[in-house]
Design a protein around this ligand. Structure first.
Ligand code: FPP
Length: 265
């Protein structure tokens, strides 16, 4: 796959932004709360489904750009445990779009070494969706490029509950329940995202200042970037803006500035 710098044509803001990025300080893992599909549609007098449909193109472009940048992981919030409260027709539309995306994009993902993973309560998905999702996960499992986590039927609190129950179950089987003590490493090792570094950058579209039960444990030290752009309008340039902004931040992880001010001689 060609790197981003090879596919951009010189001139314009996108080019300038890409040039301004420090390749050594790219976020390894980006998480995205894709919000605003409904508003995008209602501003155009279209049904909400049209917003979700347009949102798929933004997913495609974001995956491609992250892969071209050589990032390690991208986690997108496609369906939350709370989204079941939406009208049945809207939920069905989301499943249909996910299946279309998987079918259409799988060859492309394979060609570009993208590894798909599902994070969330996958067992709670409709049979057909679960089967197709797990088949795509399996088909891409030996790819070594960008890891794309689809957060589906996902909730941050549900994930923590599932992690705790998994720890208890494991200890019960091992006969070590009595006096069991849990530490941060144990919790992290039982999350859906076990083994992946935490997101460095959390992007939320449509201007809402909320984390909406997304990756509650993993975003402890993520830099948060909120843009007013609605998800269906989110393009490569918006991702580059978010990364450029991220590179201006000073990450201290609760400590003090790592680089001492330069001393003039
Ligand atoms: C939020 O917009 C978006 C979602 C609930 C789902 C995101 C889904 C897609 C982008 C399409 C399918 C996904 C994949 C991975 C192929 P909203 O409906 O909450 O918007 P609103 O806040 O303006 O109503």
């Amino acid at each position: 796959m060609k790197a981003l710098w090879e596919v951009l044509s010189p001139g314009g803001e996108e080019w300038a932004l890409a040039q301004s990025l420090d390749p050594a300080r790219l976020p390894g893992h980006i998480a995205v709360i894709m919000d605003g599909n409904g508003r995008w549609a209602s501003r155009r007098n279209l049904p909400r489904a049209a917003g979700h449909k347009a949102g798929v193109e933004a997913v495609r472009e974001t995956v491609e750009t992250c892969a071209r940048l050589g990032l390690q992981a991208l986690t997108v919030y496609a369906f939350s445990v709370e989204n079941w409260k939406r009208p049945r027709t809207e939920v069905d539309t989301l499943w249909r779009l996910l299946r279309i995306y998987l079918r259409k994009e799988l060859p492309n993902l394979q060609r570009n070494g993208v590894r798909l993973a599902a994070v969330g309560r996958v067992d709670g998905l409709p049979d057909g969706v679960r089967r197709e999702l797990l088949a795509a996960v399996e088909a891409t499992s030996s790819n070594t490029g960008l890891k794309v986590n689809m957060a589906i039927n996902y909730g941050g609190r549900a994930e923590l509950v599932d992690a705790v129950n998994a720890i208890l179950e494991r200890a019960r089987k091992a006969g070590t329940l009595d006096g069991l003590r849990v530490d941060e490493e144990a919790v992290a090792a039982h999350l859906y995202t076990a083994g992946l570094p935490d997101p460095d950058l959390l992007i939320r579209t449509s201007g809402e200042m909320r984390v909406s039960n997304f990756l509650l444990w993993q975003i402890a030290y993520a830099e948060i970037y909120v843009t007013d752009t609605l998800w269906p309008d989110f393009r490569r340039i918006d991702l580059l803006r978010a990364i450029a902004d991220y590179q201006k931040r000073e990450r201290r992880f609760g400590g003090v500035t790592k680089t001492a001010p330069a001393v003039r001689s």
